[in-house]
Design a protein around this ligand. Structure first.
Ligand code: ADP
Length: 404
């Protein structure tokens, strides 16, 4: 491997990582340390040739797991580390080199992402301690959406909640949307025009991108806003919270759990949050599964149509994420609700496209209609490229300063 970057995504009990070469198509070494802190903690490693290893690490902490990961990477020592950080608030608009001051500022955003940022920070602190000599970079899920104009990011609530408490829409999945936007500019004849991008995984969000910049997105202050997701409700009437509390006596924690973990595809179907299983169940006549898929697709279409308002022109729609890349059914059902935008799907191309493969699936006609494309996402590759670019620019600034 040449000048690899180690990408780290630290959760509260897991660490996902990948070692990514300078040449983007080189196979990656990757893995996950799971159930950290518990007796069942383990490290799963997949090498560049695809062979997997499973190592038991009973009661391992984040620091011990990171140390073990580095030992296994020793032959390909990274030149830098890129960390995924969920929330960068308004302070971080781009990937940022980590130093003590930056770590302190990330700490100040914990109130905006109490579930995610503490785990990301634990990973950063442990990694900086272990690999003192390596440059480390934070890449924020929110940064790509810092180009939203105020009319897209403000909630219609009293002003001081924004100015004093930072309550506004931020948007997430930025690394995925940014990667897909840059890939669209490379592969589409329409180039960097106006795109609606649907990232559909366990979490789902859609973004309107014009000339490579995010102009509006479906997630808000938290990742709960917007589309129907695996276990998250997405948009509901804000009055629902009061109703659940007053009429059903639910606590705030109970409502939080209901909307984040028991709703979405799982809540509607009463079966599963997994789209592949829902498609199977629906084909066997499960009414809840059929309804869940229909609500998912209709709400996605409605959001995409709404996001079109952010663009001077819709050049195309792109699907990504596990569902977007693999489900012809979801793509076809969603686009079926969007005839008003002039989209025309080539059903054979949609059905025939390999799973997880890049391709175009719009009907070719005399009058140009919006393109419809499938772009497999690569969030880790994006984090590695941002990290590499920042390290390279710092090295060249350093050299210039030495010459001066
Ligand atoms: P995450 O957000 O955790 O990274 P993914 O992007 O891997 O999740 O997406 C997971 C979702 O993709 C699941 O709902 C899964 O069922 C769905 N999915 C994967 N393959 C298929 C398929 N062949 N058909 C339909 N859905 C699929």
């Amino acid at each position: 491997m040449k000048a690899p970057i180690l990408v780290i995504n630290c959760g509260s009990s897991s660490i996902k990582f990948a070692l990514i070469d300078q040449a983007p198509d080189t196979p990656r070494l990757s893995g996950i340390a799971e159930r950290l802190g518990s007796h069942e903690a383990r490290l799963k490693l997949t090498d560049e040739h695809g062979s997997a290893r499973d190592i038991s690490l009973p009661r391992a902490t984040h620091a011990l797991a990171l140390k073990t990961i580095l030992e296994h990477l020793e032959v390909h020592r990274p030149i830098g580390i890129g960390h995924r950080v969920v929330h960068g608030g308004e302070r971080f608009t781009a990937a940022t080199l980590l130093d003590d001051a930056v770590v302190r500022t990330i700490r100040q955003t914990i109130s905006l992402a109490p579930l995610h940022n503490p785990a990301n920070l634990d990973g950063i602190v442990a990694t900086r301690r272990l690999f003192e000599a390596l440059p480390q970079v934070a890449v924020f899920d929110t940064a790509f959406h810092q180009t939203l104009p105020p009319h897209a990011y403000r909630y219609a609530i009293p002003e001081e909640l924004y100015s004093r408490h930072g309550i506004r829409r931020y948007g997430f999945h930025g690394s995925s949307h940014a990667y897909v936007a840059s890939r669209l500019a490379e592969v589409s004849s329409r180039g960097e025009g106006g795109w609606l991008i649907a990232h559909l995984g366990n979490g789902c969000s859609a973004t309107a991108v014009w000339a490579g910049r995010s102009l509006d997105t479906s997630m808000g202050m938290t990742p709960l806003e917007g589309l129907v997701m695996g276990t998250r409700s997405g948009d509901v009437d804000p009055g629902l919270h009061l109703h659940l509390a007053r009429q059903l006596g639910m606590s705030l924690e109970g409502i939080d759990q209901l909307l984040n973990q028991k709703s979405g595809l799982l809540g509607l179907s009463e079966l599963t949050n997994d789209m592949r299983e829902l498609e199977q169940a629906a084909s066997e006549g499960h009414a809840g599964a059929s309804l869940a898929i229909e609500v998912f697709c209709y709400r996605l279409a409605k959001t995409l149509a709404g996001l079109a308002c952010a663009l001077p022109r819709v050049d195309g729609i792109a699907f990504t994420g596990g569902i977007g890349e693999n489900s012809p059914l979801v793509r076809a059902r969603t686009l079926g609700h969007l005839e008003a935008l002039g989209v025309r799907l080539d059903s054979d191309a949609n059905e025939g496209l390999g799973r997880g493969v890049e391709g175009q699936i719009h009907a070719q006609g005399a009058t140009p209609t919006p393109e419809i494309r499938v772009i497999p996402t690569d969030e880790e590759g994006y984090i590695a490229s941002q990290t590499r670019a920042l390290i390279a620019s710092l090295a060249s600034t350093h050299q210039t300063e030495e010459v001066l």
